[in-house]
Design a binder for this molecule. Structure first.
Ligand SMILES: [Zn+2]
Length: 581
């Protein structure tokens, strides 16, 4: 067994995929969830436990666990092997044939971030870190919390990281690529972060990929400075604290979205752990999709000022388009989440989240305040504002329910609202993704699964199937031929090996077949599938013979036609005999 095979056999694909996708068991050996490679509302992404592969029947993404990690983390084959090997305690071969250039660059960037983190952490407890410690004390963060979130301090020298990177002989180009070091006009280099409280930013698997730095001097601009986009830090994809929050998010089946690092830290420190922030950017659809894989229920808790409310309103369009169930948390006393937790405790905060208003009630209150609801014009104006938002809700039933509720809440005639909705709905272009239906017969699917399951069955099925001409006419013929070829070459006949020999269309058929025949296969089922295949062989031969007879008659070859007719009669007799047993 080569290393890749050995690694794959010690890794559980459901565990690995399950860190990105909320999987539900959908059969004895199958799990389903929302595809992490395209945007979808209902799950078409499937993972097979026994054959250890994933497949999305909407976007076509599919492969083994190594490919999943590569695609999900945007890393190379080698990096994916390494990351899986580390996690599952499988020793990597020493001189690895899998290393590549990109992997080295990204590995270098990650190592630089680790070095930076060590430096920032050390600075925080050194003399230079006094201002940062004072700020931390002012915000009331415990030592434990500072430790948990890895807070640090970038010193004033502007050369600390530069020196470290030079010592470790990182090339200048790579230093710049890291975003941690910048170049002046004259070509000299300096640290990007100076005299700032540092917040490490992690990717979903917990590696540091960037930093946020809060200014400590009053006149330092900007107040928050973020790492630039790099090869390892794609801002529009990253949410602050997601790697810590995803477990609690699933458990609570809800995520709380706040505005900044300090809110995340304050709320987590108070004991509410399902909280994330979009760092340094307005919320993006990629971020919402990352959340949606863990939960569809979100409570938005932005700052109580006008900017916060506007930001909330903007994010909401995006959240609704992704079919998230949105609530908006409002905290009294003009407090932000961090302050509220400190003043009222985590139970009170959790309670506010639990009883937060549904998005549309919140929005209705907001517009209602701007119009005179006693006049018909006022009511219409409010409706005109709300209805397009309601239409962003993807589920038609939910959309109608909300429209109805909002009408009731505003005291507007419900008939009128629904009427407008029906009109809008017909204009709305409902896109539904059609799932490809399996075009394989039950016996084909059964035999394909059986071929992967048991070597003894395989020998028997291959022998039987090879004798049958009907195989040529099966939609799955190329899959069977690939298996015959593998069996001949004496190679391993597993899902991946067969899959690797197929074109994309056949890969889809193959995955469908294996996923459809999901349960434990019994000897009886295999026998029944072989019998069924033989029956279709008879049928196939009959059709062939009949068409040859017709051809011969047309060509005037009557002797030939007679001979074929006898052959057909013989076939009918033997089928009849077999049938009567
Ligand atoms: Zn997909």
């Amino acid at each position: 067994m080569d290393f890749v095979e050995q690694l794959k056999s010690s890794v559980d694909i459901v565990t690995v995929v399950g860190e990105y996708v909320r999987l539900r068991r959908s059969g004895p050996n199958r799990y389903m969830g929302l595809c992490p490679f395209h945007n979808e509302k209902s799950p078409s992404f499937t993972v097979h436990v026994v054959h250890q592969f994933y497949k999305c029947f909407s976007c076509g993404a599919g492969g083994d666990v190594v490919k999943f990690v590569m695609e999900k983390e945007g890393i190379s084959f080698y990096e994916a092997l390494k990351s899986l090997a580390e996690r599952f305690g499988v020793p990597m071969p020493k001189r690895s044939q899998y290393a590549d250039e990109d992997a080295k660059v990204r590995g270098g960037l990650l190592a630089m971030h680790e070095l930076a983190q060590e430096n920032f952490r050390a600075n925080l407890s050194a003399q230079a870190g006094e201002a940062a410690r004072a700020y931390i004390a002012k915000r009331g963060l415990s030592e434990e919390t500072v430790e948990q979130f890895g807070l640090g301090y970038s010193d004033r020298s502007g050369r600390a990281l530069l020196r470290l990177f030079e010592q470790d002989h990182f090339p200048v180009a790579q230093m710049e690529q890291s975003g941690l070091v910048k170049k002046r006009q004259d070509g000299s280099l300096y640290d990007s972060f100076r005299n700032r409280l540092m917040f490490p930013i992690h990717n979903e698997s917990g590696k540091i990929i960037g930093f946020g730095g809060r200014a400590l001097a009053a006149d330092d601009e900007p107040k928050y400075l973020n790492s630039p986009e790099t090869q390892i830090y794609k801002k529009s994809h990253v949410l602050y604290n997601l790697h810590r929050a995803k477990e609690p998010m699933r458990k609570e089946d809800r995520v709380i979205l706040v505005e900044g690092y300090m809110d995340v830290i304050g709320v987590t420190a108070a004991g509410v752990r399902n909280v994330v922030a979009s760092c340094g950017t307005a919320l993006t659809d990629k971020q919402v999709q990352a959340l949606k894989r863990h939960t569809q229920r979100i409570a938005v808790n932005f700052d109580p000022d006008v900017a916060g409310a506007n930001a909330a309103e903007r994010s909401l369009d995006l959240l609704l388009a992704e079919s998230m169930h949105v609530r908006v948390v409002e905290l009294d006393g003009g407090l932000d989440p961090d302050e509220y937790c400190k003043e009222h405790g985590p139970e009170a905060y959790a309670d506010r989240v639990e009883h937060a208003k549904g998005y549309f009630y919140w929005l209705a209150d907001r517009v209602r305040a701007k119009h005179d609801m006693r006049t018909p014009e006022g009511k219409v104006a409010v409706l005109e504002f709300l209805l397009p938002k309601v239409q962003r809700v993807n589920d038609p039933l939910e959309r109608m329910t909300i429209a109805n509720d909002v009408a009731g809440y505003l005291g507007v005639n419900q008939g009128m609202v629904l009427d407008r909705f029906r009109k809008a709905a017909t204009e709305r272009n409902e896109k539904t993704i059609e799932r490809p239906k399996s075009t394989l017969r039950h016996d084909e699917r059964m035999l394909l699964s059986a071929l992967l399951t048991d070597a003894e069955w395989r020998a028997e099925i291959v022998e039987q199937m090879r004798a049958l001409q009907t195989v040529e006419a099966l939609p799955s013929r190329r899959i069977f031929q690939a298996i015959f070829a593998l069996e001949d070459s004496g190679g391993r006949v597993g899902f991946d090996e067969v899959n690797a020999r197929l074109e994309e269309a056949d890969q889809n058929l193959f995955a469908q077949a294996v996923l459809a025949e999901d349960g434990e296969i019994t000897r009886e089922e295999v026998t029944a599938a072989i019998v069924s295949m033989r029956r279709s062989e008879d049928q196939y031969l009959r059709v062939q013979l009949k068409s040859r007879i017709t051809e011969s008659e047309r060509a005037g070859k009557l002797e030939e036609a007679m001979r074929l007719t006898m052959e057909l009669q013989g076939l009918e007799r033997s089928v009849g005999r077999r049938g009567s047993h």
